[in-house]
Design a protein around this ligand. Structure first.
Ligand SMILES: CC(=O)CC(=O)SCCNC(=O)CCNC(=O)[C@H](O)C(C)(C)COP(=O)(O)OP(=O)(O)OC[C@H]1O[C@@H](n2cnc3c(N)ncnc32)[C@H](O)[C@@H]1OP(=O)(O)O
Ligand SMILES: NC(=O)C1=CN([C@@H]2O[C@H](COP(=O)(O)OP(=O)(O)OC[C@H]3O[C@@H](n4cnc5c(N)ncnc54)[C@H](OP(=O)(O)O)[C@@H]3O)[C@@H](O)[C@H]2O)C=CC1
Length: 284
């Protein structure tokens, strides 16, 4: 089935980025969040991101307007009616996601596909909470979605071949490279990344070196674009903790236990760049 109209639910850093990518590829997009303010905030972040591209001469000003015109920012879920695909990008909590899908489904047509951008939660379990488990799939974009090439496609036990083919084709139309993962906690990327970030938190907690030196060592020593603590701040420390908890609980091995320092930062509300403070401070 061809996908022309996409709804993105959750206008945070990922939802906004996914909406932007879809609109840049010519699709019609609804960006929904709980309140008008949150939906509008998502849209203004997209406008700012596109503005950077105009400044760099990579997009004409008219192109920016055309992309923005394809995105409707909406409070609530009613505006998602008519979507061929709904991509959920709300907080990384299973209960919240299940509840959202149950509220969303009555607004969608019977053939619409449901996708979750979850970083770690079982697609099979989320699918089972809906009435269309065969048309449910994981579509995991990387942060920031407009820049990163990869989309992980995660098949739940019930995902049909048709759903997989439609979503993989769409991801390619969005200019992304896809990999397909089985539905195992953390999938591919976070199975590898979150233990790295968590280990950096343990290293900091143990006083192995300063945050700056841990980051510089990994950045320059391994040629990563960002050190792991900077990357954790960029992802959001709450999101990193929730993913680490899923890995620990579901894979059942002590090696995945989240560092106490990570828990403490989240408890303090130091959630990273989006909160103005994480392992580092971000002014303005
Ligand atoms: C947690 C999970 O579940 C999974 C995950 O996502 S894990 C996290 C994965 N992400 C990463 O690992 C990111 C690592 N960091 C990086 O790759 C880089 O630091 C970064 C891309 C984030 C920023 O790179 P940078 O060079 O410092 O920034 P910047 O120069 O502003 O942007 C880089 C390019 O992206 C483009 N860009 C930035 N924002 C953009 C936007 N909103 N829309 C379109 N293009 C954008 C810029 O135009 C620029 O392009 P050129 O190089 O061609 O000029
Ligand atoms: N950050 C990252 O690097 C990546 C994250 N992801 C995944 O994407 C999803 C979103 O992450 P991210 O964008 O970083 O998170 P953000 O915190 O930036 O955004 C989440 C958005 O969803 C809203 N929201 C939260 N709970 C609900 C709810 N119950 N109903 C409706 N809206 C809600 C939030 O509103 P409010 O601000 O009011 O809470 C916010 O606007 C998570 O599943 C995460 O694991 C995937 C890849 C990378």
């Amino acid at each position: 089935m061809a996908i022309e109209r996409v709804a993105v639910i959750g206008a945070g850093q990922m939802g906004g980025g996914i909406a932007q990518v879809a609109a840049q590829a010519g699709l019609s997009v609804v960006l929904a969040d709980a309140t008008p303010e949150l939906a509008a905030r998502g849209l203004s972040r997209i406008a700012a991101g596109l503005g950077k591209l105009v400044e760099k001469g990579k997009l004409p000003a008219s192109g920016r307007e055309a992309v923005l015109a394809r995105i409707e920012a909406a409070p609530g879920l009613e505006a998602c009616a008519g979507a061929d695909l709904a991509i959920e990008a709300i907080v990384e909590k299973e209960d919240a996601k299940r509840e959202l899908f149950q509220r969303l489904e009555p607004h969608l047509g019977p053939r619409a596909i449901l996708a979750s951008n979850t970083s770690s939660i079982s697609i099979t379990a989320l699918a089972a909470a809906t009435r269309r488990p065969d048309r449910f799939i994981g579509m995991h974009f990387m942060n920031p979605p407009p820049v990163m090439q990869l989309v992980e496609v995660i098949r739940g036990l019930q995902t049909s071949d048709e759903t997989w083919a439609a979503v993989t084709t769409l991801a390619k139309r969005l200019g992304k490279v896809t990999v397909t993962s089985r539905d195992v906690p953390g999938f591919i990327v976070n199975r590898v990344l979150i233990p790295l970030i968590n280990e950096a938190c343990f290293a900091l907690q143990e006083g192995l070196a300063s945050a700056e030196d841990i980051d510089t060592a990994v950045k320059l020593g391994l040629n990563h674009p960002m050190g792991p603590l900077t990357l954790a701040d960029f992802i959001g420390l709450d999101t990193c903790l929730y993913i680490a908890e899923v890995l620990h609980r579901e894979l059942g091995e002590d090696k995945y236990r989240p560092a106490a320092l990570l828990r403490q930062h989240v408890a303090a509300g130091w959630l990273g760049r989006k909160a103005g403070r994480g392992f580092y401070r971000y002014d303005g």
